[in-house]
Design a protein around this ligand. Structure first.
Ligand code: UDP
Ligand code: MG
Length: 160
């Protein structure tokens, strides 16, 4: 239960990141992992999965009334997804900045969406929008024994 408990903030904050089916097809997995590693975040979970539409509907429950909802579920179930959990100081907010805006057209160059995609319906990556969403999403996509608690040797060079 340790990682799902609320109150995970500071350097222990976690976020859920997913390379969407288009990101996997376009061979962006390495590039995306590289950006999170180089920023200084810690990888605590990673898997290549095809998930059920039920899981996807739960993941995007807040958007269920949107006109794009069914297209979104079709898109997200169109191929394998790389699901990840990253940990570190302010990782939820910082990851959202690294992703860019929901619409790639509004995303600055240097962000993942600003560098690698052009359309909102094929925006290559997901990132949790709050610590609370991250906790929900991590427990939806990962079992506890799929998450690794480890101590990177670089910690004292990333945090003072
Ligand atoms: N989406 C879409 N059309 C829209 C808005 C969103 O197809 O007008 C898709 C897009 O893939 C987006 C996902 O639905 O990433 C979830 O939407 P949300 O508003 O949560 O954006 P995000 O948190 O992914 O930036
Ligand atoms: Mg969202």
């Amino acid at each position: 239960s340790h990682i799902f408990k609320s109150g995970w903030t500071g350097v222990n904050e976690c976020t859920f990141i997913a390379v969407k089916p288009d990101g996997v097809q376009r061979k962006l997995v390495g590039e995306i992992v590289r950006r999170f590693e180089r920023r200084g975040f810690k990888l605590v979970g990673l898997k290549l999965v095809r998930v059920s539409e039920d899981l996807l509907r739960e993941h995007y429950w807040d958007l269920r009334t949107k006109t794009f909802f069914s297209g979104l579920i079709t898109y997200m179930s169109s191929g394998p997804i790389v699901a990840m959990v990253w940990q570190g100081l302010d990782v939820v907010k910082t990851a959202r900045k690294m992703l860019g805006e929901t619409n790639p057209a509004d995303s600055l160059p240097g962000t993942i969406r600003g560098d690698f995609c052009v359309e909102v319906g094929r925006n290559v990556i997901h990132g949790s929008d709050s610590v609370e969403s991250a906790q929900k999403e991590i427990s939806l996509w990962f079992r506890q024994n799929e998450l690794q608690c480890w101590d990177p040797s670089s910690s004292r060079w990333v945090y003072n």
